[in-house]
Design a binder for this molecule. Structure first.
Ligand code: 5GP
Length: 203
C-alpha cells in the first residue's frame, strides 16, 4: 500500500511560502500541513492552533525531554519544532505531509526520513526583494527584520541541499511550480515500497 510522503519547504521569512501553498492548495490533492510549535510571540492576525501552537519555553523544553518532536531548532532566538504524532498519523493515512521548516529542520528530517522526503527552497528573486517584502508586511519591528535578513543570507547558502528551488517572483508562477513539486513528492517511493514492488514484479 502506498503510504504518505513528506514535502519540506524552506526559505526566508517573507518568501511567500504560505501564500504559495494557499494558492496551490486545491490542486495538490489531500495533504496535511504540519502546524509547528513555537516559543515566539504570535504576530497580529496569527491564531493558536492555526499558524502555530504558541507555547512557553518551559513547555517546549518539557516536550523535548518527552521526545515529542520529530525535529526542532532554534531560529531567530526562539524554539520551533514539529510534533511527531500528527505527522505519523497523516503518513499512515497516506497523506502528503507539508512542512514549513528552516534549513536545520530540513537536515534533521532528511536524516530520519530521507527516502520519503522531497524538498524545495522557496525564495524571492533577490535579497533586495526580500527586504522590501519584510518591510511591506509591517508585522515586525526593525531589529526583527534585520535579524531575519541576516538569517536569510546564511540560509540561502543551503539551497543546494534541496531537490528544487522555487523563485517567487509572481505568486501564480510559483504556485504552478509548487503544484509540480507536490506531485513529484507523492510519486517518490520509499525503499521498502520499491523492494516490495520488485518482488511482486518478479512474480
Ligand atoms: P516565522 O517566525 O517567520 O514564522 O518562522 C521563522 C522560521 O522558522 C522560518 O524559516 C520557518 O520555516 C521556521 N520554522 C517554522 N516552524 C518550524 C519548525 O517546526 N521547525 C524548524 N526547524 N523550523 C521551523
Amino acid at each position: 500500500m502506498q503510504k504518505g510522503a513528506i514535502l519540506v519547504l524552506s526559505g526566508p521569512s517573507g518568501a511567500g511560502k504560505s501564500t504559495i501553498i494557499n494558492a496551490a492548495s486545491s490542486q495538490i490533492g489531500e495533504y496535511y500541513f504540519s502546524i509547528s510549535t513555537t516559543t515566539r510571540a504570535p504576530r497580529i492576525g496569527e491564531a493558536h492552533g492555526v499558524d502555530y501552537f504558541f507555547v512557553s519555553k518551559e513547555n517546549f523544553e518539557e516536550d523535548i525531554k518527552a521526545g515529542n518532536f520529530l525535529e526542532y531548532a532554534q531560529v531567530h532566538g526562539n524554539y520551533y519544532g514539529t510534533s511527531l504524532k500528527p505527522v505519523r498519523e497523516a503518513l499512515e493515512e497516506g497523506k502528503l505531509v507539508i512542512f514549513d521548516i528552516d534549513v536545520q529542520g530540513h537536515r534533521l528530517v532528511r536524516a530520519k526520513m530521507d527516502d520519503i522526503t522531497t524538498s524545495a527552497f522557496i525564495t524571492p528573486p533577490t535579497l533586495e526583494a526580500l527586504e522590501e517584502r519584510l518591510r511591506a508586511r509591517c508585522t515586525d519591528d526593525e531589529a526583527v527584520i534585520v535579524n531575519r535578513i541576516e538569517n536569510a543570507k546564511s540560509e540561502i547558502e543551503a539551497l543546494g541541499e534541496y531537490d528544487f528551488t522555487i523563485i517567487n517572483d509572481t505568486v501564480e508562477k510559483a504556485a504552478r511550480e509548487f503544484v509540480i513539486v507536490a506531485k513529484a513528492a507523492r510519486l517518490k517511493q520509499s525503499k521498502e515500497d520499491e523492494a516490495k514492488f520488485i518482488n511482486t514484479w518478479l512474480g
